[in-house]
Design a protein around this ligand. Sequence first.
Ligand code: IMP
Length: 196
Amino acid sequence: MALKELIFASHNAGKIKEIREMIEPLGIELKTYKDIDIPDVEETGTTFAENSLLKSSKIAEITGIACIADDSGLCVDALNGAPGVYSARYAPDRDFDKGMEKLLAEIAKSRNPDRSAHFSCVISLAYPDGKYELFEGRINGKIAEQKQGTGGFGYDPIFIPEGYDKSFAELGNEIKNKISHRGRAMQKLSQYLRNL
Ligand code: IMP
């Protein structure tokens, strides 16, 4: 059952570019909010899988076209997994400089010396008939003492992936995309689509 077209439910230009580069060589046309009238779906779930699936399944149902969506975030052990699914909302005014300061302050306040953390991403692919597949990616690491580097986005400057001594913001996109939570989930999605 080869797919001819897929909707990607994201407004994020960086993610759209990444997904397009992976999907189009497979002969699948990628449609986004720019090409088709699709609603914004609120992320009311409490897990990455739930939020991801809320978006993809609603849009697949409305449009009759298979849809992929993702949800991701940063989970800090010393904060019992926070900010997790609330990672975007955790940053005051959606300003991630403020968000990182807030996170560093909360870790200091917790007096827990454990700086372990991980990024998680769940990509869901939902079909109009209600069937779906989930692709998960995770990268373990630790929270830096302070911001390091200016590349990337979100919490990249304070996240040091396991096996490296530089933050995601210092490593650059090529390395980050190979090892990141989203990169790993995308590799699984890509393998699934190749085998259809
Ligand atoms: P969403 O998956 O687009 O809802 O993103 C959730 C939030 O998690 C983003 O706004 C970022 O704050 C954070 N996040 C997710 N992935 C990354 C990443 O690769 N680097 C830094 N922050 C990220």
